[in-house]
Design a protein around this ligand. Structure first.
Ligand code: ASP
Length: 404
């Protein structure tokens, strides 16, 4: 069994052990010991997540922009693909936010720590001042403050400029792709530490919060899965039917193998070979699928966007922060961008969630509450991510065909 394959098992064991130890401490009356000796290790894991988020966003965004260079060559396919990705991801965010807000208004999301009740969400000072504030005056400050919107602007500016500089920027290009490869390795290492984070945080959370959090986690997972299912049924069925003239049953039957593989591997990138087969079976042209699917596995993450919206509203609720309508708009924008910046590997969406939380001023440490069950979220979101890529390949094939 490969090391990667054993990670889910280790996380599952850590989850079960963490809950068991937490319950023992809860009923035995030594919850304080988990705060003293377990939580710090969970904190270390969260610190590492926070530490990696700026390099990951910066480098993956620039790397993505540089790969769009090729996309331009493919011309109309590139524009259609990106348009499909953007629209479906924005719709995914809206669906995620609707479900999350319904669950929150129904009182299904908890307020976990009353001491945080005083916490004030960053004021949303209106559209224009938000617009001005995302443009940095000092990029090092943007990095040290982990101001993710500014980091994205920096990525866009540098990515565009490297493209514009052409051949002279070869060194920069190589540097970005090399540094991104290193960052991906580091991200893999941090994710491999997840069992430690899972065990210690789970034991601490269960011991100090009792069973309340377990029920809440089940609810937030249900909320995300409802979002995934509705998005697949509404958006992918509709686009297969309307744009490709294909019945939803035929589409999902054809995509099924890739969906199952994505569900178990939790990696869009690892699912690519299977997605290609499925797309071919569904009639996607080979050259279009070869362009759309790899690009999609890097930047098209509808499931991740839904997860990030649901998780953000859930964690804001846990922190007793009431989000305003303006902040919901920020969630749609940042979750769309965060999902684009999410690598198609296991657990990446959770790392990028830190970016959405940072943008809203929600304490990133709250990710610790859902770290333990991230795998369950990830199975569904990767499945949706891959389905979206296949749907796009099928639709773009039709659009291109119609033009001929
Ligand atoms: N695992 C997801 C994927 O590969 C990314 C994520 O973690 O959201 O598509």
């Amino acid at each position: 069994m490969s090391k990667k394959r054993s990670l889910p098992m280790r996380i599952l064991i850590a989850l079960v052990l963490g809950i068991a130890v937490g319950l023992i401490c809860y009923f035995g009356g030594f919850a304080h010991l988990t705060t003293k000796y377990f939580k710090p290790f969970g904190d270390i894991f969260v610190n590492l997540l926070k530490f990696i988020v700026v390099p990951v966003v910066l480098l993956s965004m620039i790397d993505g922009i540089l790969s769009m260079n090729d996309m331009r060559k493919v011309g109309s396919v590139g524009i259609k693909t990106v348009a499909y990705f953007m629209v479906t991801t924005a719709v995914a965010c809206v669906i995620g936010l609707i479900f999350a807000n319904v669950f929150k208004s129904a009182g299904l999301f908890p307020v976990l720590d009353p001491s945080e009740a005083e916490y004030e969400a960053k004021e949303f000072g209106g559209f224009m001042s938000t617009l001005v504030s995302i443009f940095p005056t000092n990029m090092w400050k943007s990095f040290t403050d982990a101001n993710m919107l500014q980091v994205i602007v920096i990525s866009l500016l540098f990515g565009g400029s490297i493209l514009a500089a052409g051949e002279k920027a070869r060194l920069c290009r190589d540097f970005v792709s090399s540094a991104y490869a290193v960052t991906e390795k580091l991200m893999g290492f941090i994710i491999s530490l997840a069992p430690i984070g899972v065990f210690t945080y789970m034991a601490w959370v269960v011991a100090t919060q009792g069973s309340k959090i377990l029920v809440s986690l089940l609810l937030v997972i249900t909320c995300a899965y409802l979002g995934y299912i509705v998005h697949a049924v509404l958006v992918y069925s509709a686009s297969a039917q309307v744009f490709a003239g294909m019945s939803p049953a035929r589409f999902f039957k054809g995509a099924f193998a890739a969906m199952i593989f994505a569900f178990s591997s939790t990696s869009s990138a690892a699912t690519l070979p299977v997605s290609k087969k499925c797309a071919a079976e569904l009639g996607a042209e080979d050259d279009i699928a070869s362009f759309v699917l790899p690009l999609g596995s890097t930047i098209n993450m509808d499931g991740t966007a839904i997860y990030q919206c649901v998780a953000t509203v859930f964690l804001a609720s846990c922190a007793n922060i009431n989000l305003t309508l303006g902040q919901m708009v920020i969630i749609v924008v940042t979750a769309t961008l965060a999902s684009i910046g999410t690598a198609g590997v296991s657990g990446a969406g959770m790392i990028m969630l830190a970016m959405v939380l940072e943008a809203l001023g929600i304490p990133v440490a709250y990710i610790g509450l859902i770290v333990a069950v991230d795998r369950i979220f990830d199975m569904g979101r990767t499945c949706l991510n891959v389905t979206g890529d296949i749907a796009c390949a099928v639709c773009v094939t039709k659009w291109e065909g119609r033009k001929k």
